[in-house]
Design a protein around this ligand. Structure first.
Ligand code: ADP
Ligand code: ZN
Length: 213
């Protein structure tokens, strides 16, 4: 099964993608995670990407498309894949279709996680992530037992540098201008499924599963 998760920042793409990965045993590919890892590793790519990410803008298409092509060709993607954060504009979507076609593959479902803007801002400004295991917490909806410490592994919690008010607003603007048009793009292809991403993580997950099974 090959899936794309669409939706604004803070819609819960990463959370749902991790759950889908466990359930269906297929790899989750997040361009955001790949780029953040490159920043952490201090690679040349990371250095280029960091300024753009901190400003809430999109990393140039040639870079992310290159990353995705390389990743999709790896053996573990034979059984399926979950794309989370890619494609983010029409150009990326067209390149993805080409790449998959060359491999005789296709996307089965595009899941659009719908959340309103106020909710997104509330989620993003309150969230923190474990620097060791990646588990996400939220000041209000999922506070850690000890402030600043991961319940699961004891790792230190950190806020993403782009989860500040100003950058969030820019990310939302980029989303509505560049990414939201993908809904029509995939709707025309008949693969778009819309899920109202309200309620608990588990509730949303069962709606997502209903859409694809
Ligand atoms: P979110 O969806 O919460 O904004 P992501 O982790 O998906 O977060 O992405 C974080 C940042 O990484 C984006 O704001 C952007 O700068 C960069 N990025 C991630 N995926 C892409 C992509 N497909 N194309 C361009 N830039 C990307
Ligand atoms: Zn942890």
């Amino acid at each position: 099964m090959r899936l794309i998760l669409l939706g604004p920042p803070g819609a819960g793409k990463g959370t749902q993608a991790k759950m889908l990965k466990e359930k269906f045993q297929i790899p989750q590919i997040s361009t955001g995670d790949i780029l953040r890892q490159a920043v952490k590793d201090n690679t040349e790519l990371g250095a280029r990407a960091k300024t753009v990410m901190d400003a809430g803008q999109l990393v140039p298409d040639d870079i992310v498309i290159g990353l995705i092509k390389e990743r999709i060709r790896q053996g573990d993607c034979k059984t399926g894949l979950i794309l989370d954060g890619f494609p983010r504009n029409i150009a990326q979507a067209e390149k993805l279709s080409e790449t998959l076609q060359d491999m005789n593959l296709a996307i089965d479902h595009v899941i659009d996680l719908e959340v309103d803007e106020g909710e997104v801002i509330e989620r993003l400004t309150g969230r923190s992530t474990c620097s060791e295991c990646g588990t996400m917490f939220h000041r209000v909806s999922r506070p850690p037992k000890v402030a600043g410490v991961c319940d699961g592994c004891g790792g230190k919690l950190a806020q993403r540098p782009d989860d500040n008010r100003e950058t969030i607003e820019e990310r939302l603007k980029v989303y509505s201008e560049s990414t939201a048009p993908l809904k029509e793009f995939y709707s025309k292809q008949g693969s778009l499924k819309t899920v109202e991403a309200k309620g608990s993580v588990e509730e949303i997950f069962s709606l997502v599963c209903e859409m694809i099974e």
